[in-house]
Design a protein around this ligand. Structure first.
Ligand SMILES: [Ca+2]
Ligand SMILES: [Ca+2]
Ligand SMILES: [Cu+2]
Length: 261
């Protein structure tokens, strides 16, 4: 069917590379501002693929959900970013860019689910230590549903698999991966209750994770290593052409790597 052709066209950009890549070229950075032009992309292929989704008429699970995310800083980290995911069934193609994080340090990152689908404000610091630590944010963004590792397992069990999270040489990185998520994660993405959280802060400015305060998640790690640096709810536009275009274009942009093509 022509729908299949359209779908293939649609997801090729995401599937060119299934593993996470850290882009360091100036060319890749230069491509990022075109994210803002995403709404201008309205190709016939996208339009007919959109129609195809309606044609299936089988409800949420049978359709495509596109969600975009704007990462905003927590704990005055200066971190920020943006990205998108495409959900089909329990399959997620996700791509995002993070800027302003501590260089040379691993950044645990997760899709959190099961709560309000929101990010906490600094007033969530109920312990009064000046840091919204991960568990203080749980009432807002929930618990770990998916660990966005660079390879291997993506379950909550890998939530602190520090050797499998992005460790950028500089202060920014791109992440892209195709993964299978659990039914509860897929459901919360569709319901607007999924939140992207990037961890790892350096409030004492030492350039590394240190300090005497232990992590609330693993006391063998410093509090800095696991506290949230940036947070953003996934905003869905199920079947909406604007959301599709934006998500597609984000994926295309993040997939651009002129050195490889
Ligand atoms: Ca606190
Ligand atoms: Ca530090
Ligand atoms: Cu997390």
């Amino acid at each position: 069917m022509s729908n299949d052709l359209c779908k293939a066209d649609r997801f090729d950009p995401f599937r060119k590379e299934r593993t996470m890549t850290t882009f360091k070229t100036k060319a890749a950075r230069a491509a990022v501002p075109t994210i803002a032009l995403g709404l201008a992309l309205a190709s016939p292929a996208v339009a007919s693929a959109h129609g195809g989704d309606h044609g299936t008429g089988s409800g949420d699970e049978g359709g495509t959900t596109v969600a975009t995310v704007q990462l905003r800083q927590l704990n005055d980290s200066g971190a920020r970013g943006q990205g998108a995911l495409v959900l089909r069934g329990n399959q997620v193609d996700i791509a995002f860019r993070v800027r302003g994080v501590l260089a040379g340090a691993p950044h645990a990152q997760h899709i959190h689910i099961g709560a309000q689908g929101r990010c906490p404000s600094q007033s969530a610091d109920t312990s009064g230590d000046g840091i919204v630590n991960t568990t203080e944010g749980h009432p807002f963004y929930g618990h770990i549903g998916t660990s966005l590792t660079t390879s291997g397992d993506t379950s909550p069990a890998s939530g602190l698999a520090i050797d499998r999270f992005p460790t950028p040489d500089g202060s920014s990185y791109n992440y892209r991966r195709s993964i299978t998520v659990t039914a509860d994660v897929a459901s919360d993405i569709r319901n607007g209750k999924a939140v992207l959280v990037v961890h790892g802060i350096d409030p004492n400015g030492s350039g590394t994770y240190d300090g005497s305060a232990p992590s609330d998640l693993d006391p063998s790690l410093p509090l800095e290593a696991t506290s949230p640096a940036a947070c953003g709810p996934f905003r869905t536009s199920p079947g909406g052409p604007l959301g599709l275009d934006l998500g597609l274009d984000l994926g295309l942009d993040l997939g651009l790597n002129p050195g490889r093509r």
